[in-house]
Design a protein around this ligand. Structure first.
Ligand SMILES: [Fe+2]
Length: 478
C-alpha cells in the first residue's frame, strides 16, 4: 500500500513538473512565453497634487529639470527646465566641484499654448566643451529659488569603453511607472534610451493635457536631471487634435524635449544620432515620413555610412513601433518600416533595435525577412546571423495597462516574451561583449527575468578582428 502511495506521489510530482515545463516550452517552439502573472497597481495615473509631482519651493523655482546629450560625441549636454511664473534666467552655472561654479552658459526660453493652456517658460541651455568621464555640478534659477544638480560625462569615444545604458518605454505616470523608475534607479545604468510615449497627457482633455505634461516633467526629474535621457517620439506625442484647434503634430513634445539633431546633420529633432562611449545610437521616428527619398530616409542612408565600428563598435537603433512583435496588440504595425529599413539594418549589422509601443516585453532571435517578395511568395522571416536582435520594452507602466494577449503559437522568431512591467539594461563590457538584461518590476521578490550576452556584430563575427582582442569572459548566446 505504502509502495502504491509512493508511486502515486511520484507520478503526481512528475505530472506537475511536466506541466510546468510544458507551460514554458511549448512543442515546436524554441522561444519562451513566461506564464508569470504580476500583481499590479491599477493602471490609473497618480492623482494631481501627489508628492510624486511635488512643485519645488520658492518663487518661480525651476522645475521639470532634465538633461540630454548635446552633441554628437558626448562632450555636451542640453539642460532644460521650466519656470512657472515668469521667464527668469536661462543661465546654467556649472563646475567640477560642489558649490563652486567656475563656468556658465546662457540658454534660451520659449512658451507655447495648447487649446487654452499656456505653458510655463521652457528653458534649453547647451553646456558644451566638457571633459570626458567627469562629474559636473550645475545650478539653475536664482536666489533662494535656485536648484542644484549634477551629472557625469561619459568616457571618451573608444571601442573598449564600457558603459551601461538603461532602456525605458511607454512610461506614463501611474504607480506602476513609479515602480519602473525606482527599479531603474537600482540598476546603476548611466543613460536612459527612451523608446517613446512619455507622459500619456494626450489621454486627457482640454487644459489637462498641458497640466499632465507638467506633472510628468516633475515626475521623471528624479532621474532625468542627473543623467541624459535620449528621447524618441511615440504616437502619444503626436497630439493631432483638430477638435481643440490643435493640428501641429508633436507640438508639446518638441517644445519641451530637445535633441542634438543638428550635430548629426539631421533636419529634424525627431530623428538623429549620438555617439556615446563605445556605442553609436540612432533614433528613428515611426510617425514621420520614412519611405524612399523622404528626409528621414536620406538622413539614415548617410548616417549609416558615418558609423565607424572601429571607434564605436556597438550600433543601436531606437524606434517606437517594433518591427517584430508577436503580441496581439499592435501586431504588424511595424511592417511598413521593416519593408523600408530592414535591409539596411542587416547590411550594416545593427546589434540591437529597441522599441516600445506594445505594453509588454519581448526579445527576438536574430532573424530577417529581407527576401520577402510579393511575386515569388517568399514571405517568412528566417534565421540570419547578420540581423539585429529586436527587443520590445513598452512595459514602463502607463495608464493603458498591459498588453496581455500574445499570439499563439509563439512564432519561431520570438525568443522570450512576458506581459509585465519593467525596464532593460545593456551593459557594454568591451568591443565584443555586452550583457543584456530585462528587469521585471518584481515587488521586491527575487524572480527570474530575461538576460543574454550579446556578441558584437562587427567585432565578434569576424575571426581576424576578434583575434585582436580576446573576450574577457563567458560564453555567448547570440
Ligand atoms: Fe505607443
Amino acid at each position: 500500500m505504502m509502495r502504491m502511495e509512493r508511486i502515486l506521489s511520484w507520478t503526481t510530482q512528475l505530472l506537475f513538473v511536466s506541466l510546468v515545463f510544458v507551460s514554458y516550452v511549448r512543442k515546436g517552439d524554441a522561444g519562451l512565453t513566461s506564464p508569470f502573472v504580476r500583481s499590479e497597481w491599477p493602471a490609473i495615473d497618480i492623482p494631481l497634487g501627489s508628492k510624486e509631482f511635488v512643485v519645488p519651493e520658492g518663487h518661480n523655482a525651476p522645475e521639470q529639470v532634465r538633461i540630454t546629450q548635446g552633441d554628437y560625441d558626448g562632450k555636451a549636454v542640453i539642460i532644460s527646465w521650466v519656470t512657472p511664473d515668469e521667464p527668469g534666467s536661462s543661465k546654467v552655472e556649472y563646475g567640477t566641484s560642489e558649490d563652486k561654479y567656475d563656468f556658465s552658459a546662457e540658454g534660451k526660453f520659449a512658451n507655447y499654448s495648447f487649446y487654452k493652456y499656456n505653458s510655463g517658460y521652457i528653458h534649453h541651455c547647451l553646456v558644451d566643451g566638457l571633459e570626458y568621464d567627469k562629474k559636473y555640478h550645475y545650478k539653475i534659477g536664482s536666489g533662494v529659488s535656485s536648484r542644484k544638480f549634477w551629472f557625469q560625462t561619459p568616457p571618451k569615444i573608444h571601442p573598449d569603453s564600457s558603459y551601461k545604458f538603461g532602456i525605458i518605454g511607454d512610461l506614463g505616470q501611474t504607480y506602476n511607472s513609479l515602480s519602473t523608475l525606482e527599479h531603474y534607479l537600482q540598476s546603476e545604468a548611466q543613460t536612459v534610451l527612451f523608446v517613446g510615449d512619455l507622459s500619456y497627457a494626450d489621454r486627457y482633455h482640454h487644459n489637462d493635457i498641458g497640466i499632465r505634461w507638467d506633472t510628468w516633467g516633475r515626475f521623471v526629474e528624479r532621474i532625468a536631471a542627473y543623467q541624459p535621457w535620449i528621447w524618441s517620439a511615440g504616437n502619444h506625442e503626436i497630439e493631432y487634435m483638430p477638435e481643440l484647434g490643435e493640428v501641429v503634430p508633436f507640438k508639446s513634445y518638441l517644445q519641451r524635449y530637445t535633441t542634438p539633431y543638428a550635430a548629426c546633420q539631421s533636419s529634424s529633432p525627431l530623428w538623429y544620432a549620438i555617439r556615446r562611449a563605445s556605442a553609436h545610437v540612432i533614433v528613428l521616428s515611426t510617425y514621420s515620413p520614412f519611405v524612399k527619398y523622404t528626409p528621414q530616409w536620406k538622413w539614415l542612408r548617410e548616417e549609416l555610412k558615418r558609423v565607424d565600428r572601429e571607434k564605436t563598435p556597438w550600433l543601436i537603433v531606437l524606434m517606437h513601433v517594433p518591427i517584430y512583435n508577436s503580441n496581439e496588440a499592435h501586431f504588424m504595425e511595424g511592417e511598413s518600416m521593416r519593408s523600408v529599413f530592414e535591409e539596411w539594418f542587416v547590411h550594416y549589422k545593427v546589434d540591437v533595435i529597441f522599441a516600445g509601443h506594445v505594453h509588454a516585453y519581448e526579445r527576438s532571435y536574430r532573424i530577417s525577412n529581407i527576401h520577402y517578395n510579393v511575386s515569388t511568395g517568399e514571405r517568412y522571416p528566417v534565421p540570419d546571423k547578420a540581423a539585429p536582435v529586436y527587443i520590445t520594452v513598452g512595459d514602463g507602466g502607463n495608464q493603458e495597462g498591459l498588453a496581455g494577449r500574445f499570439r499563439d503559437p509563439q512564432p519561431d522568431y520570438s525568443a522570450f516574451r512576458e506581459s509585465s512591467y519593467g525596464h532593460s539594461t545593456l551593459e557594454i563590457k568591451n568591443r565584443t561583449h555586452a550583457i543584456y538584461h530585462w528587469n521585471r518590476n518584481d515587488d521586491g521578490k527575487k524572480v527570474p527575468t530575461d538576460s543574454t550576452i550579446l556578441l558584437n556584430q562587427y567585432w565578434a563575427s569576424n575571426k581576424r578582428r576578434r583575434k585582436l582582442v580576446k573576450p574577457s569572459f563567458g560564453t555567448a548566446a547570440f
